[in-house]
Design a protein around this ligand. Sequence first.
Ligand code: SF4
Ligand code: SF4
Length: 414
Amino acid sequence: MMLAELDNNSNLPAGIYYFINIMRDAFVKNQVRRYRQLQGRDNRKIIGTYCITVPEELIYAAGAIPVRLCGGSYEASCIGDELVPRDTCPVVKASVGFTSLNPISLYQMCDAVIVSTTCDAKRKLGEELSNYTEVWMLEVPHIKDTDGSRRQWIQQLYTLKKNIEKLTGRKFIGRRIRRKALEDSIGIINRARYQARRLYEIRKSPAPVILGREAMLAINAYSYDIAFEWTRAMSELNDELEALYHKGQFVCSEYTPRILIAGSPMIFPNWKIPSLIEEMGAVIVTDETCMGNRYLYDPIGTTEKSVKDMMVGIAARYLMPCVCPSFTPNEDRLYRLLQMAEEFNIDGIIYHVLKGCVVYDFELIRVEKIMKEKNIPVLRIETDYNPEDIEQLRTRIEAFIEIINSKKRKMKEA
Ligand code: SF4
Ligand code: SF4
C-alpha cells in the first residue's frame, strides 16, 4: 500500500507526514475524530461535495464543514459496479460504493451532499445518491461565456446558499450567511490557495526537492482536511522545501525526465500512475488535474465587500478559470497546458483517461496536436482502479520514459 511505502522512505520531508496521516485517518483507520471535534457541541453540519465547481466558501461561511467525496478506492468502485452501469467511470462507481455501504465514516457523517451537473456521469450520480442522502444538484452551465449562462450560474449559487442556510440555521451563527462570515471564508480558502501556489512554484526548480507523488498527495489531502489546518501544514512543508532547495538537497537530478500529468482526476488511494512514473525514474513536476493543481490554483478577487459583490466574485472564480473538459469550448485548457509545459520545462505528458470518462478523452487529440508542435511527447493511459493492469502500465510507462531519456541524451551529446 502506498502509505506503507511512504513510511518506509526515510528521505521524505518531515512536513509530508501530516498529509500522510490525513489519508491514513480517512482511509485506513477510518477515523473522523477531527471532524467530530470540529462539529463540537453545536453539531456543525458536514456537507459533502463532488466537484471543484462547488464553492466551499459558502459552506464555511455558514459554519458548516465541507469534505470532498469524489471516490478513488478500488474496493468502493467494485461495490459501485453492482449499482451503476458497467461503463460508468470509476470516480462515480466508487462514490456510489462508498455511500451505499458506508465503509468510510466521512460519507456517513454528511448531512447533505452537493453534486455538480458537469458530465453525464455526475448528473446520474446525484440521482443515485439521493437514495441514501440529501442531495443538492448544482447546475453548472456548460458554455461559460454567455450572459445567460452567467445569470443561470449566479442564480444557482444563490439557491445553494439558501439550501446551506436552511440546513445550518443555528443560533450561534444566525440563519443567514453574513457579510463578515463570507469575507472570512474567502480569506481562509485564499490563504490555502496561496500555499498551494507556493508548492506549485517550488516544484518548478530545475532539480526537484519533492517527488510528484508526495506533492500530489499533499494537495489531495485538502479534500479531507479543514482548510485552515491544511494551510498551516502546507506552509510548514513549503518552508521546509525552500530550505532544502537552498541547501541543495534534491530528490533527483536536473537531468531526470520531467513529467506533467494531465487528464481525468487521480484520486487517492488510486495512486498507481504517480507511483509507476516515479518508480520508472521520471519525476512528476506538475499536473493539471482537478484533484491536483487545478483544485486550488485561482484565488477569488473581490473589489467591494458586500455579500452581492462577493457572490459575484465567487461565481466568477468557480466558473471562468475552470478548464474541466465538461465545458465547451475549452480552448483555455490548451493554453494552460502549453503555459505549464513551458514554465515547468516538461519533457513528456502522461494523459490519464479513466475508463468511461469521455470528456477528457475527447480533448486528447487537440492536446497531442499542440504538444507535437512543441516536440513534447504525450502518452495516453486508459485505466481504472483495478490493480491488475499495473505490469502492463509499467511496461508502457517505462518505454515512454526511455524515449525521453534517449532524446535527452542525444541533446546533451549534440
Ligand atoms: S473532472 Fe471536471 S467534473 Fe469531474 S470533478 Fe473534476 S472538475 Fe468536476
Ligand atoms: S469528468 Fe470524467 S472522471 Fe469526472 S465524473 Fe465525469 S466521467 Fe467521471
